[in-house]
Design a protein around this ligand. Structure first.
Ligand code: A2P
Length: 284
């Protein structure tokens, strides 16, 4: 779990993140983050929109106390909410997130969605202004790296036109039921790391019989096979669970390797769980 990728600015990022989307605020979030750190995760992913930054921050504190690790042993990501798309609002939003998390900086700050409804009248200018705000956060040392989430080519073009700091990460919905080939290629072409949220297809791939057969060959669970698939593509999966046993199971990914044939089987599953997103949509 301490293996790392290197971002385009040289910052190292642990190859698996602990996801907290849909993790309820309060004791559940605090406990699961603490357990994750004890289980070996060194990378925690949250967002203002998840409304659990307070409890995630408490979980981080508890996890550090339990393990004796230091803040800098962890990589923490949070994301700019949809109601904060302007230079000034970004500065306010990062300070609010840092206060809630109990941190003086995050390791990665992402624009959560490129073109939210509340700012659609002023897009693309609002997005350009927002990226300027993200650059300021980076220059002020409040985030060691900055990036984007749910971005497609049209959105990336908008920010790249004036960027003085290039995005280092694009976090997207990415699993064998939604391969997003155009976006992962765009990321690669621009030296942007693809982070995969919902690597288990929001759980909908877990009951797939074809995947169960692959998993049985390796003596692993379907979740582990899906996370391994993501890693072998060079993506960074964000594994979310609120159950101690699953949190631990999802760290056990480094003593096996999927064969080329099995990677191809998973690559051929696009749409299998009905999750493929419309590649032409840009209004989100
Ligand atoms: P839970 O948090 O109740 O354990 P995704 O990451 O694709 O969005 O999927 C997350 C879903 O998969 C969650 O509902 C989570 O439920 C479940 N999950 C996570 N890890 C495992 C696992 N190892 N085995 C079974 N279900 C899992």
């Amino acid at each position: 779990m301490s293996d790392t990728y290197t971002l385009s600015n040289g910052v190292k990022i642990p190859v698996v993140g602990f996801g907290t989307w849909q993790t309820p605020d309060g004791d559940v979030a605090k406990h699961s983050v603490e357990v994750a750190i004890e289980a070996g995760y060194r990378h925690i992913d949250t967002a203002a929109m998840y409304r659990n930054e307070d409890s995630v921050g408490e979980g981080i504190k508890a996890g550090l106390a339990a393990t004796g690790l230091k803040r800098d042993d962890l990589f923490v990501t949070t994301k700019l909410n949809n109601n904060a798309h302007s230079f000034d609002l970004v500065q306010k939003a990062i300070d609010e997130s840092l206060t809630k998390l109990g941190l003086d900086h995050v390791d990665l700050y992402l624009i959560h969605w490129p073109n939210p409804a509340s700012f659609r009248d002023s897009y693309p200018d609002s997005l350009k202004d927002t990226w300027r705000g993200m650059e300021q956060v980076y220059k002020d040392g409040k985030a060691r790296a900055i990036g984007i989430s749910n971005f497609r080519q049209a959105h990336l073009d908008v920010i790249k036109a004036d960027a003085t700091v290039e995005p280092m990460v694009n976090q997207i919905f990415l699993n064998p039921s939604d391969l997003q080939p155009a976006v992962t290629k765009m990321n690669e072409d621009n030296h942007i790391l693809s982070e995969a949220y919902s690597p288990l297809g929001t759980g909908k791939l877990l009951g797939n019989t074809e995947l169960a057969k692959v998993a049985a060959k390796y003596g692993k669970g379907v979740a582990q096979v899906l996370l391994r698939w993501s890693l072998q593509h060079g993506f960074l999966p964000l594994a979310k669970s609120v159950h101690d046993d699953r949190i631990k199971q999802n760290t056990d990914l480094f003593d096996f390797s999927l064969s080329d044939a099995d990677m191809k089987t998973l690559d051929g599953m696009h749409g299998v769980a009905g999750l493929a997103t419309d590649p032409d949509t840009t209004n989100f």
